[in-house]
Design a protein. Structure first.
Length: 202
């Protein structure tokens, strides 16, 4: 059946999927659920690209970024990335195509330009698309908006930096304990007050 998951690498029409296709997903047999129907149910952005990085499918979730599907199809993924992130993004893709073991610690967060020119952070989860002979011919990437998560983390890091600055320069003894009630931080003033070094007390 054209458009099924087994033929998901077929190129998307510039006009996007046909309106109303697979409207009743619950009534459709599992084997007949099309790629377009499935991708419409995923809030994250799903992108299929060939080995050169050219996009040949973008899920309807791209509209949350201000784009219509046809505005992404045929473009290079790197066209939408912040210039400072392009080299790292391309290095990640090259590592996948090389066949090297995937490092789960690889940084996959990059800045993506919205249609209005502003930037958000997207985290990718890429996997290879293989041809009939088993060789890699493209990438399937699922992108999640992590802008808010990064903002929260940066706020926490700034709070920690301010706390450290205050504690390190305080004349009072300041300590922090972990969940096991063991001390994990002592301000430098502890050595003057107690005569013990921080290493002796931690």
């Amino acid at each position: 059946m054209p458009g099924t998951l087994g033929r998901a690498t077929g190129r998307q029409s510039p006009d996007g999927p046909a309106a109303g296709e697979g409207a009743d997903i619950l009534a459709a047999p599992a084997a007949d659920i099309t790629w377009d129907v499935l991708s419409r149910k995923i809030n994250d952005l799903v992108v299929l690209s060939d080995a050169s990085g050219a996009i040949f499918y973008a899920s309807p979730a791209c509209r949350t970024l201000g784009y219509e599907q046809h505005e992404l199809v045929g473009r290079m993924g790197a066209d939408f990335l912040h210039p400072d992130d392009v080299a790292h993004f391309q290095a990640n893709a090259a590592a996948l195509f090389s066949g090297a073991p995937v490092d789960p610690a690889t940084e996959r967060e990059h800045r993506f330009r919205l249609k209005d020119g502003t930037w958000i952070w997207l985290e990718g989860s890429p996997s290879l698309i293989h041809g009939p002979d088993g060789s890699p011919i493209g990438l399937l990437n699922v992108f999640r908006n992590v802008t808010e998560k990064r903002a929260i983390l940066e706020d926490l890091q700034e709070s920690e930096r301010c706390y450290r600055l205050l504690a390190d320069n305080s004349s009072d003894m300041i300590s922090r304990t972990g969940s096991d009630r063991r001390m994990i931080y002592l301000s430098p003033s502890v050595e003057r007050i107690t005569g013990y070094s921080i290493a002796e007390l931690l």
